[in-house]
Design a protein around this ligand. Structure first.
Ligand SMILES: Cc1ncc(COP(=O)(O)O)c(C=O)c1O
Length: 461
């Protein structure tokens, strides 16, 4: 769908939640008190919250009504059966283990699949994914295509895995030291960029040639399917459910943060094809999450998740969802703001280094932009760059990623385009008033250990 077409919104509001904008002086006070880290703000400090699309979507009337049917039995819950059946219908995997959210799925899966010093190559791993691989004493290796490392260029599938890089990794370490190959669809850390069906097929072929399992991090699988339909030759006349089935047909298992493309406030799962793997997953699932027919989810949540999986593959929903994000990005581009191209599925990413071209790269330009944007409009965005990537686990050195991005993440079914116009206007003001004139960025005041972007504090230089 191109931008000139009308965006048809396939829902209307029945319940609303009040939000308000604090006065400017108050916003300045609060972001200073938060150490220039938007994670440390309270939600009531924020007017428009684009921190994440995770668990922030609006549930539908059908999800709410199904929540009332939740079977809260500890073992053998009917709601678990409904959810497992829906996962099978939507993704094609017969076995499902519920967990409380995506990272829990990563913990359980990696506990089973990784042995010490094994590698997990794939496209850019999400931060919790990388951390869980490392916790299981493995190493993640980023094999994203080179085009995915640049904020410029209109290559339609920047989330693709470079098969040649993958081959080199397998050759270098030997297949028996590869735990599995991971494809994140869409690739969040790489800018919300999709992976093509051809690429999935090619990675599958390589995995099969070496007897390696292929796993999807499926958080935004439906948005990925929409991009395949929109951009990949041969898929225009296929339905979204058909495309989803083909995608998952190439995988052995998936981890899922249901807070994204199952549009629930909380939940997740591991799904797989192989009964033996399913049996091996059960014990760690019980230890870490709960009995394997609820795994940290309530019956009500499992019902809502099942319904969400049905709703998310509706093409009218996806057309609006992806179209709204794209229009927002195009509006920013029309103001000259440097956004990552092509615009991704769940978020618009601003290139922090280009936004503040005179701020040194090691002074966290994207983190600086998040603070400035909050001050200007009460808008909360999030850094996906140097702060998030952290330090090399072996050398302890700061990693300088190829892109230092400020992510404006759009919750599903929540904000109108007028909300997003307000955000775009606030960004435009920061860009015009400070983009070129700011010469210094920020540095750590206190750097938190581990995943540091949640709780570190910063100060202006
Ligand atoms: C691609 C991807 N994988 C995994 C996760 C982790 O999921 P959760 O936040 O539900 O633990 C996220 C969360 O944002 C994600 O974007």
């Amino acid at each position: 769908m191109r931008s000139r077409e009308r965006l048809v919104i396939p829902y209307r509001s029945k319940v609303v939640e009040p939000i308000s904008l604090l006065p400017r002086e108050e916003r300045l006070r609060r972001i200073e008190a938060a150490g220039l880290n938007v994670f440390r703000l309270r939600s009531s400090d924020v007017y428009i919250d684009l921190l994440t699309d995770s668990g922030t979507g609006a549930i539908s009337s059908s999800q709410l009504s199904r929540a009332m049917l939740g079977d809260e039995s500890y073992a053998g819950s009917r709601s678990f059966e409904e959810m497992q059946q829906q996962v099978k219908e939507t993704l094609g995997f017969p076995f499902t283990i519920p967990v409380h959210q995506g990272r829990a799925a990563e913990q359980v899966l990696n506990y089973v699949m990784i042995r010490r010093h094994m590698f997990v190559p794939g496209n850019t791993h999400f931060d919790t994914t990388k951390a869980h691989i490392e916790l299981a004493e493995g190493r993640a290796i980023d094999c994203t295509i080179d085009a995915g490392r640049s904020s410029e260029g209109t290559y339609p599938f920047k989330g693709n895995v470079a098969v040649s890089k993958l081959e080199r990794v397998i050759e270098k370490y030997g297949a028996r030291h590869i735990a599995y190959i991971l494809i994140t669809i869409t690739c969040n850390s790489g800018g919300g960029q999709p992976v093509s069906m051809q690429n999935i097929r090619d990675v599958r072929a390589l995995a099969s040639a070496h007897g390696l399992p292929l796993v999807f991090d499926a958080a935004r699988f439906a948005e990925n399917a929409y991009f395949i339909k929109d951009r990949e030759p041969g898929y225009q006349n296929k339905s979204i459910p058909e495309i989803v089935h083909e995608m998952f047909g190439y995988a052995d298992a998936c981890t899922m943060s249901a807070k994204k493309d199952a549009i629930v406030p909380m939940g997740g799962f591991i799904a797989c094809r192989d009964e033996e793997l399913y049996e091996r997953l059960k014990t760690p699932a019980i230890i870490f999450e709960g009995y394997f027919t609820y795994g940290g989810m309530s019956g009500a949540d499992m019902e809502m998740l099942a319904q969400g999986l049905r709703e998310v593959v509706d093409e009218a929903y996806l057309t609006y969802r992806v179209g709204q994000v794209r229009r927002f990005g195009e509006l920013l581009q029309s103001y000259g703001v440097p956004v990552v191209e092509p615009i991704g599925g769940h978020a618009v990413f601003i290139d922090g280094r280009k936004f503040f071209p005179n701020v040194p790269e090691d002074e966290f330009p994207a983190q600086l932009l998040c603070a400035e944007l909050y001050k200007e409009g009460g808008v909360r965005a999030v850094e996906v760059g140097s702060v998030l990537v952290g330090r090399d686990p072996d050398t302890g050195e700061n990693i300088r990623p190829s892109l230092d991005l400020c992510r404006l993440t759009i919750p599903r079914r929540v904000y109108t385009f007028e909300h997003l116009e307000y955000v775009a206007d606030a960004i435009r003001t920061v860009f015009e008033e400070k983009g070129k004139s700011m010469k210094r960025g920020i540095c750590f005041d206190q750097e938190a250990e581990g995943i540091r972007h949640f709780s570190s504090t910063f100060r202006y230089l």
